[in-house]
Design a protein around this ligand. Structure first.
Ligand code: PT1
Length: 274
């Protein structure tokens, strides 16, 4: 698959490193040092085997507030520019805002990752004009309130139907089917059992015929099941990454790149030996 100037074959599981550029994610050393710190962290993840770096300037974890446009641009664009000059990884921009998509792709991003699946004003048009692939994610509700009793009759088929409907909207807006990825949206308006049903039945989502990206690293679906705080979730994160890699997931979005690479390399070995 072509991601801007970079081609990545999605024939084995790929690892996407998470780069949060929100104020809580770096110590306050001023604008320059925060960009440098972010790039340094990204380069460490690339060194550890990340093929993609996902840059996000809006927290979308449960309870997080909205961020204004200028703030999100100020957080993300300098990091996209600096990282694209410093590395040949694929830069993914984690945003729902049309203007952030446009400026990030101009600055070197090769993938648009939108947890709101291009439903915000102007986002479909911006993504279409940007000519890079788009990851469409499912969410029920919005980040601030999405974990207040999520409800589904059949979570797997409802997620599948939503993603197909959004892919159809993308195609109508001029985005080729070959540029679309799907993500079930673990932790986004889902109970513990909804999340684990979406792991067990991930093959149903894969059968829709689009490459699949999954993000479960350090999430509450691990912490709540195992009673582990956020810094104690590595074993759970690696277990889930191994399971979805075995199922054929194409891109795994994680904090712990080196450890996840070891796990997917073991899966890949078992997939390729006779
Ligand atoms: C994701 C994802 C994302 N997750 C994609 N982009 C986040 N494509 C940000 C919790 O339950 O899964 N896919 N961008 C982070 N969001 C969350 C959600 C973080 C839930 C934590 C939780 O702990």
């Amino acid at each position: 698959m072509q991601f801007g100037i970079h081609e990545i074959a999605l024939t084995k599981p790929r690892v996407m490193g998470i780069l949060n550029v929100t104020p809580d994610s770096f110590s306050d050393g001023g604008a320059h040092s925060s960009v440098q710190q972010a790039v340094d962290h990204a380069l460490r993840m690339v060194e550890a085997g990340a093929d993609f770096i996902d840059i996000g300037g809006e927290s979308t974890r449960p309870g997080a507030p909205d961020v204004d446009l200028q703030e999100e641009l100020d957080r993300t664009i300098p990091v996209v520019e600096a990282l694209s000059a410093a590395s040949n990884c694929v830069i993914s921009i984690d945003t729902s805002k049309a203007e952030v998509m446009t400026q990030a792709v101009k600055a070197g991003a090769g993938l648009i990752n939108d947890v709101r699946a291009l439903q915000e004003p102007g986002a479909l048009q911006a993504a279409s004009r940007a000519q890079v692939p788009v990851c469409l994610m499912h969410m029920q509700g919005k980040p601030r309130t999405m974990q207040n009793s999520p409800q589904y009759a059949d979570v797997v088929s409802e997620v599948a139907q939503f993603l197909i409907a959004r892919a159809n909207e993308c195609e109508a807006a001029g985005i080729a089917k070959e540029k679309i990825l799907f993500d079930p949206g673990y932790g986004f308006g889902k109970s513990l059992d909804h999340n684990y049903a979406l792991v067990k039945y991930l093959p149903n989502i894969m059968a829709l015929g689009f490459p699949v990206l999954v993000g479960m690293s350090r999430k509450s679906m691990i912490g709540n099941l195992l009673d582990r705080k956020v810094d104690e979730r590595l074993a759970g994160s690696i277990s889930l990454a191994t399971i979805v890699a075995q199922m054929g997931a194409h891109i795994i979005r994680v904090h712990d790149v080196k450890e996840t690479k070891d796990a997917v390399n073991i899966v890949h070995k078992l997939t390729t030996i006779k």
